[in-house]
Ligand binder design. Structure first.
Ligand SMILES: Nc1ncnc2c1ncn2[C@@H]1O[C@H](COP(=O)(O)OP(=O)(O)OP(=O)(O)O)[C@@H](O)[C@H]1O
Ligand SMILES: [Mg+2]
Length: 455
């Protein structure tokens, strides 16, 4: 609910305004003196303050100064009578958002308030993303300090090939972007490609480009990633899945910084930094003949290990805080965090899916919660039902010891229903939150026999 504080001593005006904004479902508060207004704003900062310049105990400009001096985040709209517009201009200089001449037109006022609300949201989001950009790889464990040190080193040496090794969800892509962002190549592109996602020929033409007529569908000449990313960074994700036939071409790029487009006869020189990542045991892949030894040794000059989250559990609280803030901005919510009991579960769970799993679980809880503090009931069974991590280092996950086994389909169905309900039946938003295409969602709804009337 958006909130507004009206500071005005004229009862007729305040009651009209209160009525108006209440009917628009705003949370309305009133103060009849400057002192009252300042005290209230400090205790419960509203989104917007409507401030009259003529108050019984002090000048409205004084109120404004004192509110701003205390870093109250509210946006202030000044109301003033004809004849004191000079003061209103002064108020804008002091940080008020706008002024209106009394008697204010209610429609104009609420339009203005809505607009201010909208820009406030954007500003808060921008601020949030900006701060996020400043220190992206979060954590307080020694492992993360060591990792940040490696990132700095790799950023300074902007030509070195890097091999990122870590389980799924540990932050390989994040680290790759961070290395690029801190390096001298930062103004140039960072392009990524997932080597597991494309067929051999498509992957090859994406990376190296092709000449016209190189294959049946090649009607135009097309530059590849390596050319487009010239002077920048290319991130080759899941390098362990790169088809054997493509590997020698990549090796050549790493050794000579040159390559040929598919169907091309001319060598093209590029200056790109390659960062490769894998969650697979490349050494084993080499032994089994699925990965070329020469490429492996060329890549592993600078291996960077990203340890799994369970080996740096002290990072969990700061990551939790971070993702709560993040989803507050994304979902436009104002959730304070988890209850101590829920936190105990989060800090004891061994996180087989690493940071990505933690992130997804927080998103889910934040979508489902009805209150400001999220309790353990919002966490999936495998987290609340499991024994603390230190007691069960002996064996594989036994997460279902205490929980009755549910069919995966039922879990999915319940989850989809929960999210759908929380979004008022909006399928597009639900699909987006779940990270699936709308058409996939519709298929699932049909499969589970969820009726149309949830829309
Ligand atoms: N230390 C961290 N601080 C903040 N966010 C993190 C951290 N580590 C990972 N994340 C976030 O967790 C999510 C998963 O990270 P990322 O995609 O980089 O993992 P990955 O190792 O590439 O996983 P996969 O192997 O499954 O592709 C991302 O949203 C990322 O921003
Ligand atoms: Mg990844």
């Amino acid at each position: 609910m958006p909130s507004i504080l009206i500071i005005d001593d004229e009862a007729l005006i305040t009651s009209a305004l209160r009525h108006h904004f209440t009917s628009l479902t705003w949370d309305v508060a009133e103060a009849h003196t400057g002192e009252q207004g300042i005290a209230f704003a400090e205790k419960n900062p509203p989104d917007i303050i409507l401030l009259d310049l003529h108050l019984p105990d002090m000048d409205g400009l004084e109120v404004l100064k004192r509110i701003k001096a205390r870093h109250c985040p509210a946006s202030v709209i000044i109301m003033t009578a004809w004849g004191s517009i000079g003061n209103a201009v002064e108020a804008i200089k002091l940080g008020a958002e706008q002024y209106l001449v009394k008697p204010a037109d209610l429609l104009e006022l609420s339009t203005l308030a809505d607009r201010i609300l909208e820009t406030r949201k954007l500003r808060i989001e921008n601020l949030y993303y900006q701060q996020r950009m400043d220190h992206t790889v979060l954590g307080t464990s020694t492992e993360i300090y060591r990792l940040r040190h490696m990132i700095d080193l790799m950023a300074e040496n902007a030509d070195t090939t890097v091999l990122l090794l870590g389980e799924s969800g540990t932050g390989k892509e994040l680290v790759a972007r961070e290395i690029h962002r801190q390096s001298a190549r930062r103004e140039r592109p960072f392009l990524d490609i997932n080597c597991a996602a494309l067929s051999e020929s498509l992957l090859e033409s994406e990376i190296f480009g092709h000449e016209r007529g190189a294959f049946t569908d090649a009607r135009e000449q097309k530059p590849g990633l390596l050319e487009v990313a010239d002077n920048g960074t290319v991130f080759l994700d899941e390098i362990g899945e790169m088809p054997l036939a493509v590997q020698p071409k990549l090796l050549r790029v790493l050794e000579t910084r040159s390559f040929r487009r598919l169907g091309g006869t001319r060598d093209i020189r590029v200056n790109v930094r390659v960062i490769a990542a894998t969650n697979r045991d490349l050494e084993r892949a080499v032994r089994e003949g699925r990965f070329r030894g020469d490429l492996f040794y060329r890549l592993k000059v600078f291996p960077v290990d990203i340890p799994p989250l369970r080996e740096r559990m002290s990072d969990v609280p700061i990551l939790v805080e971070h993702f709560v803030n993040y989803y507050n901005a994304v979902l436009k919510k104002n959730i304070t965090g988890f209850t101590p009991d829920a936190l105990t579960h989060l800090t004891a769970y061994p996180w087989p899916g690493n940071v990505r799993e933690l992130k997804n679980i927080i998103e889910r809880a934040m979508v489902l919660t009805k209150s400001d503090a999220m309790d353990a009931g919002l966490l999936p069974r495998e987290i609340t039902g499991v024994q603390p991590a230190q007691e069960r280092e002996d064996g594989p996950l036994r997460g279902t010891d205490h929980a009755p086994i549910k069919h995966l389909g039922d879990v999915e169905k319940d989850y989809i229903l929960g999210v759908l309900k929380s979004q008022g039946g909006n399928r597009s938003v639900t699909a987006r939150l779940l990270g699936i295409a709308r058409s996939t969602l519709l298929e699932k709804l049909k499969k589970y026999g969820i009726e149309e009337n949830t829309e």
